[in-house]
Design a protein around this ligand. Structure first.
Ligand SMILES: NC(=O)c1ccc[n+]([C@@H]2O[C@H](COP(=O)([O-])OP(=O)(O)OC[C@H]3O[C@@H](n4cnc5c(N)ncnc54)[C@H](O)[C@@H]3O)[C@@H](O)[C@H]2O)c1
Ligand SMILES: [Zn+2]
Length: 382
């Protein structure tokens, strides 16, 4: 198979490139080596180096690519991963996020249609961010989809979501693909926008497509721009350097963490066997709180540092989310194989040897920027 991966030098893209290469496929990548992901010395980045000689690599911005019009007639499949992925950053760097994610997808689809490309399938990496807070249960109103949490409530330490009808606290349920779409960040809006562009265009020209809504993906080389996948790397790095961890909210916020190897296997099964136009959640279906993460890291690291639950919080963050993965289990026989503790251990091993100094700088810079724009609320409990 010949596959074009946009953003193929990124976190998920580089793992997918390696998988396809090992399976004997021909990979073409368009990626602008965004310095936020690849750092100042982009050709030295862990991710970029991992794809060297495994694909035909074109360093271009998807929005201005000259090569795109040629490549869409050379390949059998397009896997669209290129995106601005910082959820927090999307709340102030709005035009950049909309430009790359929404407009970038438009440019790619336009190239497919104008060049009368004969690709067999289009795959889009979307996100659980399209659901916003996701699905919850109210004892009076049944299944509900809460609004964004109020800053005033969170300042009082009330972090749980509330029923949009009676204001009672509600409990989180596994979010399935039919759950309400209700993004709470600009990033989430652009991911849904990408979905609509792909679904509408592909259906109108009879081009098969799959849209994946990934949960929080983690693994070696991961980006720390995403606050909740980032914490695995950031917390490990802090503890390794005997620095205290600042746990946001009350530490009971939760996520569904899935290892990048499981993600790329899901995309690969889809390319091999799926004939339907579908939207799938991809996660483990398990929710893990931030405090559980902290404990798992402590268990596997030698450190003199501790942690503090500070009650600080960021606008645009959601409270809980875990995926209902029945659809992908049924159609693709998908079973996540990597247990969280196993994945965390290999992530820690990587952080120790890779000496990723940039991890802190990026994290601290993102918090500083959010503070400047009144999107980060610091709560000192000392
Ligand atoms: N990692 C996650 O937890 C997660 C969760 C849900 C969805 N996703 C989605 O999966 C996809 C891949 O995510 P990732 O974690 O690998 O992100 P990443 O940031 O590591 O990779 C994105 C790649 O796209 C490239 N890129 C950015 N803008 C570009 C442009 N204008 N032109 C060309 N290349 C450009 C970057 O240089 C980078 O190599 C994204 O669409 C993201 O929204 C990721
Ligand atoms: Zn209610």
């Amino acid at each position: 198979m010949k596959i074009l991966i946009t953003g193929g030098a990124g976190f998920i893209g580089s793992y997918f490139t390696n998988l396809l290469y090992e399976e004997g496929h021909e990979v073409f990548i368009i990626d602008n080596l965004n310095p936020q992901i690849h750092g100042q010395f982009k050709y030295d980045s862990f991710l970029y180096k991992s794809i060297l000689n495994k694909a035909e690599f074109i360093e271009e911005d998807i929005l201005e690519s000259k090569y795109l019009n040629t490549i869409v007639n050379k390949v059998d499949y397009v896997v669209h991963l290129a995106a601005e992925t910082g959820t927090g950053q999307s709340m102030y760097d709005i035009s950049n996020c909309v430009k790359t994610n929404s407009f970038g997808t438009a440019v790619l689809l336009e190239s497919i249609i104008k060049n009368r490309s004969n690709i067999k399938k289009f795959i889009l990496a979307s996100s659980r961010a399209v659901y916003g807070e996701g699905k919850y249960y109210c004892i009076e109103h049944g299944n509900v989809y809460p609004d964004a949490r109020k800053i005033e409530d969170m300042q009082k330490g009330q972090f749980e979501c509330k029923c949009p009808f009676c204001d009672r606290e509600v409990s989180s349920l596994a979010t399935d693909e039919k759950s309400a779409i209700s993004p709470k960040s600009i990033y989430g809006i652009t991911k849904f926008n990408q979905e609509q562009l792909v679904k509408t265009l592909c259906e109108s020209i009879n081009l098969p497509y799959t849209i994946f809504r990934f949960q929080n993906v983690y693994g070696k080389g991961q980006s720390v721009n995403n606050p909740y996948t980032g914490i695995l790397a950031i917390f490990s790095k802090l503890l390794l350097e005997n620095k205290e961890i600042n746990v946001f909210e009350d530490g009971l916020e939760s996520r569904d963490f899935i290892h990048v190897n499981d993600i790329v296997n899901a995309i690969y099964y889809d390319l091999l066997i799926n004939k339907k136009n579908k939207i799938y959640n991809v996660g483990t279906g398990q929710k893990t709180t931030v405090l559980e993460i902290v404990n798992l890291i402590f268990k596997n690291i030698q450190s003199n540092a501790g942690y503090q639950v500070t009650g600080s919080f960021r606008a645009g963050d959601i409270r809980h989310n875990f995926a209902d993965i029945q659809a992908i289990q049924k159609d693709l026989n998908f079973k996540p194989a990597i247990k969280l503790e196993e994945g965390i251990c290999s992530l820690i091993d990587w952080i120790i040897i890779s000496n990723e100094a940039e991890i802190f700088k990026k994290y601290e810079k993102s918090l500083e920027e959010m503070k400047n724009f009144n999107l980060y609320f610091e709560h000192n409990v000392k």
